[in-house]
Design a protein around this ligand. Structure first.
Ligand code: NDP
Ligand code: AOF
Length: 364
């Protein structure tokens, strides 16, 4: 299963919006007969890749044990059901790390296998490999179970929690190793989201450049009044720009942006700003599993207050900025009990910087 999980990781930056799944088929002596991982959406799933691999190597998989990191599918999507492919190949036993989180089909793959006389087991939920399989697909699970992406907020800050000087200059606070790591997290995401303040100040690209990828995440901008410049780098491919705004009619500015390839979606809340929770639900409907946020302190604060942030990814550079912009604008709290608290998931030095990954003590 550990090997199947390592294969599943190779589907990062490839299989979205489908889950990252790995599969290893072994004989009674533990010899690997075939292995594979999920391909691009619409192409073969991990089980089919492993069966094909076994066939290409000339191995007979009848009676073999199949380790797969997610319950084989039982439904016809863009490809036929994997549990039928395993049954037809004569698999003897199937072990899965994680049940299918899709409430519409959960358990059906295992049930179909068992009905065909194949022993099918799921690892206990607390098994370390089951935990890793869940983490790898945390975005897919979120979308299936909550109808929205898993939301990760990345912030690069000085030791005193500043993300920019008072004049808006912020490049660069962290060093190249931390920035490359940031791109590896962008690569995991189906979309990278920022705010109009950051677009105006930094003219960012928000793509994946520092690490290799086969897929570029969608770029998303929160821009209530459609103020983005038509010359902005966000409008330059790869990754078509999706702009959430709050105007009843996009008007001439909207037409110019649409001509530049942007897709505009109006989701207004009563104050005339973008309804952030609605935008995030919409991203879920568009198949975004993990949403990566790189915005300034204002939008970060609004997103945190709207309760949609599942993880903070904080890069701390050993420097002091003093006066400047903070990480999140939460308004003036009057009691420490109002301050959201986090638990540290992991911490890691990166070059001269430090990375902290944190999740809310009270989950979003
Ligand atoms: N170090 C780092 O990690 C980063 C630093 N930065 C720095 O941050 C600075 C920009 O910060 P900032 O101006 O806060 O930029 P943001 O990216 O946070 O964009 C701010 C805008 O977001 C919009 N916004 C905020 N809340 C809402 C809401 N509830 N609904 C809709 N829209 C909302 C507002 O636009 P509107 O008025 O249209 O509603 C607001 O003006 C720059 O100096 C940049 O360099 C930026 C990103 C990362
Ligand atoms: N300043 C700062 C960061 N800033 C973030 O990176 C964005 C630029 O992205 P791109 O144009 O794709 O390179 C910028 O707008 C902001 O969101 N990131 C970091 O890792 N470290 C840093 O010190």
């Amino acid at each position: 299963m550990a090997r199947a999980l390592a294969l599943a990781e190779q589907a990062i930056g490839l299989s979205d919006p489908n889950p990252r799944v790995g599969c290893v088929i072994v004989d009674g002596r533990g010899q690997v007969l075939g292995q594979g991982h999920t391909q691009a959406a619409g192409q073969a799933h991990a089980e089919v890749m492993a069966l094909r691999d076994a066939q290409a190597r000339g191995h007979d998989v009848r009676g073999a044990t199949v380790y797969v990191t997610l319950e084989p599918c039982a439904h016809h999507g863009r490809t036929p059901p994997c549990c039928d492919a395993l049954t037809a190949a004569g698999a003897g036993r199937v072990v899965v790390a994680l049940g299918d989180p899709n409430p519409l089909v959960a358990g059906q793959g295992l049930a179909r296998l068992r009905a065909a006389g194949i022993a099918a087991d799921v690892l206990p939920v607390e098994h370390p490999l089951a935990v890793d399989a869940r983490e790898l697909n945390i975005g897919f699970l979120s979308r299936m179970q909550r109808g929205r992406p898993f939301v990760r907020m990345k912030i690069a800050a000085s030791l005193d929690g500043r993300t920019a000087l008072s004049n808006g200059v912020s490049q660069w606070i962290t060093g190249p190793d931390a920035r490359r790591d940031g791109h590896a997290w962008r690569r995991r995401a189906g979309a990278v989201l920022t705010g109009i303040g950051t677009a105006r100040e930094d003219d960012p690209r928000m793509d994946v450049r520092e690490v290799e990828t086969l897929l570029q995440p969608r770029r998303v901008l929160i821009d209530s009044r459609l103020e983005i410049s038509p010359e902005a780098k966000l409008l330059v491919p790869p990754g078509r720009l999706l702009v959430y705004h709050a105007l009843p009619e996009p008007g001439e500015r909207g037409r110019v942006l649409a001509d530049r390839g942007a897709e505009l979606v109006s989701v207004a809340e009563p104050r005339g700003k973008v309804d952030l929770a609605a935008a995030i639900r919409d991203l879920g409907q568009r198949g975004v599993n993990e949403l990566h946020i790189e915005a300034g302190y204002k939008l970060n604060g609004s997103l945190l207050r709207s309760g949609v942030v599942d993880e903070l990814l904080i890069y701390l550079a050993p420097m002091l900025i003093g006066e400047g912009r903070g990480m999140v604008d939460l308004g003036a709290l009057t009691a420490l009990t109002q301050a959201p608290r986090y638990r540290i998931v992991d911490s890691r030095p990166l070059g001269g910087d430090l990375r902290l990954r944190l999740r809310p003590e009270v989950p979003a």
